[in-house]
Design a protein around this ligand. Sequence first.
Ligand SMILES: Nc1ncnc2c1ncn2[C@@H]1O[C@H](COP(=O)(O)OP(=O)(O)OP(=O)(O)O)[C@@H](O)[C@H]1O
Length: 297
Amino acid sequence: MVKNQRVLLVVNPISGGRDKTPIIEHIEKTLEERSADAKVFLTCGKDDKQKLTGVIEEYQPNRVLVVGGDGTIKLLAEILQDETIPIGLYPAGSANGLAANLDLPTELEELSEIALGDHFLRLDTISINNELCVHISDIGLNAALIKNYHEGNIRGKLGYIIQSIPTLIESDFPFQFRIEKEGKVMHRNAVLLAIANARKYGTGSTINPKGRYDDGLFEILVFKEFNIPEILKTFREKVELSPDFVEIFSASEVHIECPRNVPFQIDGEYRGEIKKVHAVISPVKIKIAVPEKKATY
Ligand SMILES: Nc1ncnc2c1ncn2[C@@H]1O[C@H](COP(=O)(O)OP(=O)(O)OP(=O)(O)O)[C@@H](O)[C@H]1O
């Protein structure tokens, strides 16, 4: 439990299109009541890694609280690189994929109990084309949607909804994938191929029902068709997806190749069009404060 400690708040002011002032004020008040020292770092979207690394070295926090989306959590994983400093989450992004998987509450008091508490999960990370991924990366239709979302003006879930129809119309799917895993090669046509550390997308859609964060593996999900009834099934609590809709493989390393350029995203950040992806479980593990029922240590 955080008391008499140094706590760094890393706040993304633009994520999810929401004003973060009420969250920051709540956290500052909570920390004051616990005689803890608070420092706020606002990301600016440019050189954040370098600036935040400097702040962490100087301030030496005992805990870091993230007020933002998955991109901000990923930024911290890249900086911290290990389990020395636990991370508490205040989901405030547009989709909050990681938070959706950790069953975090929405009420601020309850979030603080968890974020400042003593129940933790050791989170695997995946190195994808030499960049860390904490949640889900994908190649294909969803990455095209993220590209259009970032080019549009509307943040938050509404922004994704508005972009979904033009993305479907414009996208040139299915895409062809060559997948090489443990020396075996498979060829698949798919609307999207995901590399998932998590079970759900931030929308709540469960795409990887057996996925675990801490098993040293990730899943490769090959979505073979744009099937609306199967997509709707992913929003149920207990999901059994047809193998004609999605094929799932666990792996610790995979090489993927596409004959033509395909849109690609990591943790909700669009990374352009690519022809090759190399994903491998990274040695970086991070320590996340979670509800007791989700904790592993
Ligand atoms: N002040 C800022 N102005 C513009 N962009 C910013 C700023 N701070 C951070 N960013 C950018 O925001 C992105 C990270 O966003 P984050 O994941 O926190 O929220 P989100 O995209 O709304 O949420 P989600 O990942 O849940 O969809 C990064 O691309 C980062 O460079």
